[in-house]
Design a protein around this ligand. Structure first.
Ligand code: ATP
Ligand code: MG
Ligand code: MG
Ligand code: MG
Length: 480
């Protein structure tokens, strides 16, 4: 089944169960000071759960564009190294706002996965909240346990602790136990080698969490205590790319048709083959992943920049450009050439990609061009720093020089050093950054004074700024 059909099947299933299918909220959030990017399907419904908005449809389902690169959910380090964490991914979800609860949520999840999508029941595990003996003194989620044990053999039900199986919105607000569904995608031969209890290992890299069903039934009060919610809610999230992996019978999200067209294009452009060498493969996966994050952000109106959400996007893009430069030998802009195939693949489900295609290509190309300009010199500098270093920790001041002069985001410098077996003095970096801020504050006072003098100088005419990124680097004047 191709990925387009999988997405449609999910939504149709819940449509038939009387859910209203709603569009994805933007991935870039403009009006919430606590969150820069949507990181879960429930974000756009937060006000419903908090009781601040009136619910029109009590049952809703969608696919939500998510980005997990900052804050509580930051998967950036995993991306490319493993094969199932992405920066940008789609989260399929169904919600009940004070309508159905555990009985339906569990039964429907199972029906969809096993009856409709035909996933082998023997490859599935489910987890249930085991309770806690901390201040909350919560009992085990026996309701969920009983519901699962009616459909799943008991040895496939795993008990989970508060960290994994209890969801909270924040320090206060709705919360409750959750049940996760994991799929064992190991081959039959691999499974045959292991037997008995050790087969049940949800931490094995090929036993992958695909769906999380959250049952909101408590409210955490300001004093930390819990009270039952008057209305109970369901909030589920399933990784679309992971579901495609399972249904397409492959062991990596990158081997599904969500990614293979992009990977083929990277191979065609760079002349490198995917699947031959680990370091090349990581680079290809990172690029295939990051172009999606960047393209979807730009389509949402967030351009790369030097601050806030824009800097997150710039960092992601520069990270991918460096992977290409070092491991795929790409010395010219090339990522912008992937936008076409991405749009062909996903433009129907997300028309904003089609609408903004030209802009995305232009912006990515320009960013690639400007970073490639300094990347090589920066890498040479970093190499020299490493060669001259006595210990294994590299000075934060050097990292700052790379940031300031060559446009290397701090995490990129950290990543390159890690590859070389070195660490970075981040504290020193931030100190150097602060010192520069202080310096530029006094410099801007001088600049203001100069400006006043120049403005009074009738022999000069202002002809414009030279703008490098967001910094005004130089003010040009011409004698008249
Ligand atoms: P994991 O333990 O694998 O990091 P999670 O518990 O952090 O996942 P949830 O917050 O429960 O994930 O999100 C719901 C679903 O979204 C997960 O079950 C998974 O299928 C998917 N998912 C989560 N993070 C990612 C990611 N970075 N890339 C792709 N899919 C993801
Ligand atoms: Mg996670
Ligand atoms: Mg998890
Ligand atoms: Mg989870």
């Amino acid at each position: 089944m191709n990925s387009k059909d999988i997405r449609t099947q999910f939504l149709n299933f819940f449509k038939e169960k009387n859910h209203k299918i709603v569009p994805s909220a933007p991935m870039v959030i403009k009006d919430d000071p606590t969150l820069m990017f949507t990181n879960a399907g429930m974000n756009q419904f937060k006000e419903f759960f908090l009781g601040n908005s009136v619910v029109k449809n009590k049952r809703v389902s969608d696919t939500q564009k998510c980005l997990r690169v900052s804050g509580k959910h930051n998967d950036l380090e995993e991306v490319g190294k493993d094969t199932y964490h992405h920066t940008m991914f789609e989260m399929l979800g169904n919600w009940s706002f004070g309508d159905y609860f555990k009985t339906e949520a569990i039964a429907w999840a199972w029906e969809l996965l096993t009856d409709i999508l035909k996933i082998d029941k023997d490859s599935l595990y489910v987890s249930v909240f085991e309770g806690s003996d901390d201040a909350d003194k919560l009992g085990m989620d026996t309701e969920a346990y009983d519901l699962w044990s009616a459909i799943v053999p008991k040895d496939r039900i795993i008990m989970g602790n508060k960290k994994d199986n209890f969801w909270e919105m924040g320090d206060q607000g709705p919360c409750g136990p959750c049940s996760e569904i994991h799929v064992d995608i190991r081959s039959a031969e691999e499974k045959a080698k292991i037997s008995g209890a050790s087969l049940v290992n949800k931490d094995h890299p090929l036993v992958v969490e695909i769906w999380n069903l959250v049952f909101m039934q408590y409210n955490r009060k300001a004093d930390g205590s819990l009270e039952p919610l008057p209305e109970k809610h369901v909030d589920t999230g399933m990784g679309f790319e992971r579901l495609c992996m399972v249904l397409q019978g492959v062991q990596s999200n990158y081997d599904t048709d969500v990614f293979t067209p992009i990977i083929r294009e990277i191979e065609a452009i760079t002349g490198k083959d995917y699947g031959k060498k680990e370091e090349t493969d990581i680079a290809i996966r990172v690029i295939a992943d990051h172009i999606r994050a960047v393209a979807f952000s730009i389509a949402d109106g967030q351009l790369p920049s030097n601050t806030g959400a824009g800097y997150v996007i710039r960092r992601i893009l520069r990270r991918a450009i460096r992977y290409g430069f070092t491991f795929l030998n790409t010395k010219e802009p090339f990522m912008y050439r992937l936008v076409n195939v991405l749009t062909e693949n996903m433009g129907t489900a997300f028309p904003e990609l089609k609408e903004q295609r030209q802009l995305i290509e232009n912006v990515v190309k320009e960013e690639e061009h400007s970073f490639l300009h300094t990347l090589e010199q920066g890498l040479v500098l970093l190499d020299n720093v490493v060669k001259q270093s006595n210990g294994k920790e590299i000075s934060g001041r050097k990292a700052f020089e790379l940031y300031d002069t060559y446009g290397f985001p701090i995490d990129l410098t950290g990543l390159i050093l890690e590859e070389k077996g070195y660490t970075l003095d981040e504290k020193g970096f931030h100190e150097a950054m602060q010192e520069q801020k202080n310096r530029s504050r006094s410099a801007s006072e001088v600049a203001k004074a100069d400006w006043e003098i120049l403005m009074n100088d009738s022999e000069q005419e202002f002809v414009g700024y030279d703008v490098l990124e967001t910094k005004v680097k130089l003010v040009k004047y011409r004698k008249v």
